[in-house]
Design a protein around this ligand. Sequence first.
Ligand code: 293
Ligand code: CA
Length: 160
Amino acid sequence: KGDSGLSEINLMKNKVSALEGQLRALQASFTKYQKVATFPGGRIVGNKVFVTSGYEGNFDDLKQRCLQAGGQLASPRNAAENAAVQQIAVLYKKSVFLGITDIQTEGRFKYQNGEAIVYSNWAPGEPNNDKGSENCVEVYTNGKWNDKSCGEKRLIVCEF
Ligand code: 293
Ligand code: CA
């Protein structure tokens, strides 16, 4: 085999070394963009990023805007994700509409993909479908959930 095996090993070493440099640059760039994404109305939980633009609108408007941006309305699936949404609500002093409704079947709350919710944080007495017309879900600044008319205007929080 002569030295052809050795020179191949050296070529590989050079490639690995180049990749190590590229990985370090990518990590530095990623760390910077995490700061950008979280200043000030963003939160990162695991692989999920929650972010607001500060815009307020009704459910259909907010849903459309999140989809247009390549994300979806915030859909917290556990307490840590809900806490992130709550922190954004506190920062803006406004309640937030989630990507959860019982539009299809009264009393059965689902994500926008049709899946039944796996986590909830209802305020005492909620959901109460007040006046028979509450199919959307808002998060108060205390983190608790209330079903609310989808026509009301609430703060947008998208997840990516
Ligand atoms: C009723 C009773 C209140 C409750 C409210 C909300 C509306 O007015 O206690 O806070 O409904 O559920 O979405
Ligand atoms: Ca309610």
